[in-house]
Design a protein around this ligand. Structure first.
Ligand code: SF4
Length: 370
C-alpha cells in the first residue's frame, strides 16, 4: 500500500547484556599466553593490477609505507584485527635483512614515511636499527604500539631519538576498562608508563593515541579521550571496531551500533582540550556537529608490507590502498546523500547483519564539507 513506511528487513544493532560474555571467557593474568589466538584460512592475496603498483590512479607516487615488523604481541585484545594473520604467520620471522630490503626498495620508489606495526613492533630485535635505517633513507618514522618496551626508560632513551611519532593504543580510562579490552592484567599501567617515558625523553615528542571502540567500552570513551589528552597526546584517533580478525569473529558482541556512534561521538571532541580528534571507520553523518573530524577526509594512501598467502607459498610483499574504503560500503540511505563521494559509509559486515536506516544522509546544499 502506498504511504506506508517500509519495514526494515534486518534488525537494528543494539547493546545486549550477553555481549559482555566475550570478556568473561578468560581470567586476566600478567601474561596473556593462556588465551589462544583464533585461526582462520588466509585468503589468497590479490595480484597487483599493474607492473608499477606504487603509481596511483592519477599518476601520484605512493609516499606512505606500513611495515609489519612482528607477528607476536604480549596482549590479546578482544577486537584484534591482526589476530588471524598473527596466528597464521608467526612462524615466519621478519628478518633484519628483509626489513632493510623493504625500506631501501620503497625509499627508492618515493616513500617518505614509514609506520612500523605488527604485532607489537617494539619487540622486534632490530627495532632501533629499523628506525635508524628509515631515518637515514630520509623517512619519517612512526609506530603503532601498546607501549611494551617503551615502558623501559632506557629503551625509550634509545628509541625516541629515531622516532618521529608514536601512536599508542589506549582502550579505556582506567585498568578495569582497558585491561578487559587487551585481556592482560597490567596493560594499562604499562601503556601509560610508556607514554610518560617518551615525553620524559622529549617533551615535544609527537605522541598520538589510538583508541578502539567496541560496544563494551564505548560508554567510557569520553573519559578515555580526556585521559589521553591529559597524558599529552597531540592527536587522538577514535577507531571503530574493524570487522577483521578477532573483530570479525566477535562482531555481533563488539560492533558499534549506529545509534551508539550518534549518541557518544559528539561528546568526544569537547573532552580533548589540546589534542586533535579524528574518527576512523565511522559514517560521517553520525558524527555531526564534528563530521569534519572524520578520518575519511584526512586519510593518506599507503602500501602495507606484510606476509600474505599465494598458491603454495607465503610471501612478504606490498598491498596498495589508494582509498580509505577497506571493508566499507555505501548502503541504501547513502544513495541520496550528497557526500557519498567523500564518505566511505558503513562496515560491510554491519550492512550484512543490521538495518542502516539510522544514517542521516546530507542534502544537496550540504555537499561541501568546507
Ligand atoms: S549517508 Fe552514507 S555516505 Fe552519507 S554521510 Fe552517512 S554514511 Fe556517509
Amino acid at each position: 500500500m502506498s504511504g506506508e513506511t517500509p519495514v526494515p528487513t534486518k534488525p537494528r544493532a543494539e547493546v545486549r547484556p550477553e555481549d559482555a560474555r566475550v570478556l568473561e571467557a578468560y581470567e586476566l593474568r600478567p601474561r596473556a599466553g593462556h588465551i589462544p589466538r583464533a585461526t582462520s584460512k588466509m585468503p589468497v592475496a590479490e595480484e597487483p593490477g599493474t607492473d608499477t603498483p606504487w603509481i596511483g590512479p592519477h599518476g601520484e607516487v605512493m609516499e606512505r609505507l606500513e611495515l609489519h615488523l612482528t607477528y607476536h604481541c604480549p596482549e590479546r585484545c578482544v577486537f584484534c584485527s591482526e589476530e588471524h594473520r598473527m596466528a597464521a604467520y608467526h612462524p615466519f620471522s621478519v628478518t633484519w635483512g628483509r626489513v632493510a630490503k623493504v625500506l631501501r626498495l620503497h625509499a627508492s620508489r618515493g616513500v617518505k614515511s614509514v609506520h612500523f606495526t605488527g604485532g607489537e613492533p617494539t619487540i622486534h630485535p632490530q627495532f632501533i636499527e629499523a628506525c635508524t635505517l628509515a631515518r637515514k633513507l630520509g623517512m619519517r618514522t612512526s609506530i603503532g604500539t601498546i607501549g611494551t618496551r617503551l615502558a623501559d626508560l632506557d629503551f625509550a632513551r634509545r628509541a625516541v631519538p629515531v622516532l618521529s611519532e608514536a601512536l599508542f593504543s589506549l582502550h579505556g580510562p582506567n585498568p578495569e576498562v582497558n585491561d578487559r579490552m587487551t585481556r592482560r592484567q597490567g596493560s594499562f599501567a604499562q601503556t601509560v608508563a610508556a607514554m610518560r617515558n617518551t615525553l620524559e625523553v622529549d617533551p615535544d615528542f609527537d605522541l598520538f593515541v589510538n583508541t578502539v571502540v567496541t560496544k563494551l567500552n564505548v560508554d567510557a570513551l569520553p573519559d578515555t579521550v580526556a585521559l589521553a589528552d591529559e597524558l599529552g597526546a597531540k592527536l587522538i584517533i577514535v577507531s571503530n571496531t574493524t570487522p577483521e580478525g578477532g573483530g570479525l569473529d566477535k562482531y555481533a558482541e563488539l560492533g558499534l551500533p549506529l545509534s551508539k556512534i550518534a549518541e557518544i561521538m559528539p561528546q568526544v571532541p569537547p573532552r580533548a582540550k589540546r589534542a586533535i580528534v579524528r574518527f576512523f571507520g565511522m559514517p560521517m553523518c553520525l558524527l555531526r556537529p564534528y563530521d569534519l573530524f572524520s578520518n575519511d577526509l584526512h586519510w593518506d594512501p599507503r602500501v602495507t608490507v606484510e606476509w600474505a598467502s599465494k598458491p603454495g607459498k607465503v610471501v612478504f610483499e606490498g598491498q596498495y590502498n589508494w582509498e580509505p574504503n577497506r571493508k566499507r560500503q555505501l548502503v541504501e540511505p547513502c544513495r541520496r546523500c550528497s557526500r557519498n563521494g567523500i564518505c566511505m559509509g558503513v562496515y560491510d559486515r554491519y550492512a550484512e547483519l543490521y538495518d542502516t536506516s539510522e544514517l542521516r544522509p546530507y542534502g544537496q546544499g550540504e555537499a561541501d564539507p568546507g
